[in-house]
Design a protein around this ligand. Sequence first.
Ligand code: HEM
Length: 447
Amino acid sequence: MRSPALPPGPGLVATFDFVRNPFRFLDACARRYGDWFTVRVPGVAPFLFTSDPAAVREVFLGDPDALHAGAANRPLGAFMGERSSLFLDGDEHLRQRRLLLPAFRGERMASHADAMRTAADNAIASWPIGQQFAIHPQLRSVTFETIVRTVFGFANDESGTELRRLILKVFALYSSRLGTLFSLPAMRIDAGRWSPWGRAVRLTRQIDAIFYAEIARRRSEGVEGRADVLSMLLSARYEDGQPLTDAVIRDEMYTLMLAGHETTAATMAWVINRLLAHADVKERAREEVFSVLNGAPLDASHVGKLKYLEAVINETMRLDPVVPNIGRQLTKPMTIAGRQLPEGVTIAPCIYLVHRRPELWPNPDQFNPDRFLESRQSPYAFLPFGGGARRCLGAAFATYQMKIVIAEILSRVELRPVPSYKAHATRRGIAFAPSEGLPVIIQARSS
Ligand code: HEM
């Protein structure tokens, strides 16, 4: 039997724009091909992009054994390791995800509020006044530091400082021009310490050594009274009573580090970009922060009350999703939204395009946070964190942190845009961030 034909899509040269300017690329594809189009990259199964909400719903509610997210996520990075839940499928994925979930429940977030606020305050205090600077790298440092503290539970002692130094080095390597190609097996050749992959391997070994030593220390000393995610995983047990192995814990922790810090920092950069373009929204968000804090330092009791700020963050994630699509590889032929699809293709619900459909979002290009105050959004119309059995584990963590950091920025400094600057999306690790690191100017510090 012949495989059903795939819908048309852009050629290889046009597809290169996905790396240079993904939002422009997706807009152009939607204009030319409509709700479904095929993106082909040599050596990889075809990606079937769709912005049809019926297809999104079927993918999210579909059988995870037939729709493999792990297989589709594999190109995301070798650093995280084979046993990362991002790359697992079926029962293995479910078993591991169940152990991670409790650490990311909404009610656990309050224990991280102080670490999140301190990381933000330390960064903000170092920003120059009256001089242009790129704010996105600063936000990356804030999210990185938060994860090292709240997820890894590393202090600023000797091994914590060394771990930070080495992880930043390896991330810089992965984000370099050659490093972005590490997802291709042909680029992962260890030709000694001077070859790019050889350097990555050696750095990773050094990080592993510190990390495994910490696991051994906590296993022997106990983790009682610790609120960090690593300590929770050390005490977690599978249904059969078995603990997670050190190797699984290592892969999951590196996944949380990578999946958690770049996405959150890039989203906050887009929030700031939107606030700078909409002075009225910025003023309203700022007034809300001042009214909720009422002169007190920000703590966990304030976060839930910052409703308008949360709407601003959601509206930004609608228009500027840092992960513009997700993927599920079909393990058998399927019919999705009435369309026959062959085994092996990756169906890619396009977050960016679903978020701009006029029948779901009236005046879709207009930045209007009030939409999120007026009604609850359907999970098939608003999906910045993906959905179904694979929905982002860190969604509550990320939202909580973004509210704290943006509230601190709004209450402590007066930001101004750089007049000649216009943002476009550019790849930063696994997320898409505003170009040039989003240059801004601080006009003054608030008293
Ligand atoms: C604004 C910030 C973030 C965004 C936009 C984001 C987005 C996403 C998306 C789109 C997915 C794929 C979901 C799917 O395939 O349906 C995902 C998965 C995941 N994210 Fe996030 N994420 C963010 C922050 C975080 C944080 C802070 C953490 C952890 C500290 C995290 C951990 C994960 C993990 C572990 C997965 C894999 C879940 C699974 O496959 O079961 N993310 N995220």
